[in-house]
Ligand binder design. Sequence first.
Ligand code: SF4
Length: 251
Amino acid sequence: MKKNPPGQRGAQSGISTSTNTLSTKKKPPKAHRKTPEIPAEELFERLDRLYPEAGTALHYTTPFELLVAVVLSAQCTDARVNLVTPALFARFPSPAEMAKASPDDIEPFIRSCGLFRNKAKNLAALSREIAASFGGIVPQRRSELVKLPGVGVKTAGVVSMHLSGEPAFPVDTHVQRLAVRLGLSRESTPEKTEKILEKLFAPERWIRMHHLLIWHGRNTCSAIRPDCPNCGIRDLCPKIGVAPKSTAKGS
Ligand code: SF4
């Protein structure tokens, strides 16, 4: 009778099969493969010193205004959002007022923001939902916010962390780009990167680090021309995926 080679013996003996497979094809745990190449705590402290003023640049005075501003900020600069919101908020100061509006009523106020048709539709729909299901009060929990029309995981995280202080590490385009360049994440989706960042930093750091990465992304580590020669954390950064020619000209 032909003998099984070592390690395959269990393949014919039921329960022990998985044990043998695991022991012979042992992969490093996923978390180990994603170990950062730079010390997360030092990175936090350095960015914290570089950008003491880091925080949201959106202007708002109520939870509803914050929600609307964050929805509008998708694919639009905060500065542009701040230009359009004063008139929008004056005309529609609450979910109840905006719930009565049609997308056509909202569009003229936000026309200069990207994707304005879609955003107008979502703002009208989310206002109706807040009026119908939340008594006209903007919910504060991420798990509730994410149920509103046009409110994705990132938007819900941003709004919730500002309204309730609920720890969240929303990953926008800046956070995703920097997480990869800094060697913190090898993932290409914001959802997966968020999970990794949440493991690397203590929950009390999440909100602040979210803002710090956004500010560094806007000020120095831009998508097209990161200013590596003048970057305040260049000694910590492995510059993953950054081509030498792409760095800022003349700096
Ligand atoms: S060294 Fe370059 S790639 Fe790294 S964070 Fe600074 S600007 Fe970005």
